[in-house]
Design a protein around this ligand. Structure first.
Ligand code: KIV
Length: 284
């Protein structure tokens, strides 16, 4: 059964913590889906972990549609949320609705996510009015890295905490179906989780949220350019991959690979030199 907004709302009221992981391709999405993770985020983090940019700003709508469509094909049960990339919604409410629509129609997402609080409430309302569920994203919003002066924890001071609380209330009022809270102190995240009816999904926001999200390369030890404090390594697949690549090099160089079982056979009675001579004659 496909998970929907109703599923995650039910999970919030049942105190059944929501799990969400990022994915950017078909086969990873399928593995995550088959594991039972309830939501898959096609994050614009793909710009960093898949495409090698230093931040998420260069990610385009075309990138997001392409990767969302691949993930959607692999996710039978998980609710697929597609990130709206930088400048796909900040420019106008019209752009926000049109681009959210493309992620749904062409990417086959089940919801879109956009970064920002109070100032984007009108955009969230317009997209929701077009029957597209919106997941909001507040706290440390990576598309604003140049305003923040780096990827830093947000909401530590009284003023900053008040702004994030006001953002949370505004995005719920505008119709968001859930909110990601990134890099905010755990006490603040827990307070917001208590005052909102919609589920909160934390990343670096402590255990008081209704759910958690991680970038899969971080939790599998596959990306070392940036290692945030919150990114617990649940596996060391990066090392496992390198070991397998090294074994492949060794066996290929020694001739141990490919072995008989990886090889196709044909009858011995064909003489290739004779075959070539015959073929040349036919050409003349
Ligand atoms: O792009 C992304 O992966 C995200 C998560 C960090 C929440 O927005």
């Amino acid at each position: 059964m496909k998970n929907t907004v109703a599923t995650i709302m039910k999970q919030k009221s049942a105190h059944d913590r929501i799990t969400m992981l990022t994915a950017y391709d078909y086969s990873t999405a399928k593995l995550i889906d088959e594991s039972g993770v309830e939501m898959i985020l096609v994050g614009d983090s793909l710009g960093m972990v898949m495409l090698g940019y230093e931040d998420t700003l260069s990610v385009t709508m075309e990138d997001m549609i392409h990767h969302t469509a691949a993930v959607s094909r692999g996710a039978k049960n998980a609710m697929v949320v597609a990130d709206m990339p930088f400048m796909s919604y900040q420019t106008s409410i019209y752009d926000a609705v049109v681009n959210a629509g493309k992620l749904m129609k062409e990417g086959r997402a089940n919801a879109v996510k956009l970064e920002g609080g109070k100032e984007f409430a009108p955009h969230i309302k317009a997209i929701t009015d077009a029957s597209i569920p919106v997941v909001a994203h507040i706290g440390m919003t990576p598309q604003s890295v140049n305003m923040f002066g780096g990827f830093r924890v947000q909401g530590k001071s009284r003023e900053a905490a008040a702004k994030i609380i006001a953002d949370a209330r505004a995005i719920e009022e505008a119709g968001a179906c859930a909110v990601v809270m990134e890099c905010v102190p755990d006490r603040l995240a827990e307070y917001i989780t208590g005052i909102l009816k919609i589920p909160t999904i934390g990343i670096g926001a402590g255990k008081g949220c209704d759910g958690q999200v991680l970038v899969y390369q971080d939790m599998l030890g596959m990306y070392s350019d940036l290692t945030p404090k919150f990114a617990k390594k649940f596996g060391d697949i990066g090392t496992a991959m390198k070991n397998a690549f090294k074994a492949y090099i060794e066996e290929t160089k020694s001739g141990a690979f490919p072995a008989e079982e990886h090889t196709f056979k044909m009858a011995d009675d064909i003489d290739f030199e004779q075959l070539e001579r015959e073929t040349e004659n036919e050409d003349c």
